[in-house]
Design a protein around this ligand. Structure first.
Ligand code: FES
Length: 106
């Protein structure tokens, strides 16, 4: 699936993700700045925070309690669209997914 990251300055970066890869893994593999992923995808750091584009929000699986709790500690403001990109598993049904990057992760 192809997914698009939108940087805080409005710059769009479209990348190709592998099936089953997380949005965080796809981002780090493609050098998307703004995703730090310090814990390596273990839902422990919240430095892979993203804001999911409105139209995609309902199409993602519900978040776990762990993800929910971690998002409260994210560096940038938490919004209703906030998710951890390491917990977003990509598959063809998410082709075209749009994720906005927060202004900071630390
Ligand atoms: Fe650490 Fe996602 S990479 S919570």
């Amino acid at each position: 699936p192809s997914i698009t990251f939108i940087h805080p300055d409005g710059r769009q970066q479209q990348i190709e993700a592998g099936d089953g890869e997380s949005a965080m893994q796809a981002a780090t593999r493609n050098d998307v700045s703004g995703i730090l992923a310090e814990c390596g995808g273990n839902a422990m750091c919240a430095t892979c925070h993203v804001y999911v584009a409105e139209e995609w929000l309902a199409r993602l699986p519900a978040m776990s309690d762990d993800e929910d709790a971690l998002l409260d500690g994210a560096a940038a403001e938490r919004r209703p669209s906030s998710r951890l990109s390491c917990q977003i598993k990509l598959a063809v049904d998410l082709d075209g997914l749009v994720l906005n990057l927060p202004d900071r992760q630390l």
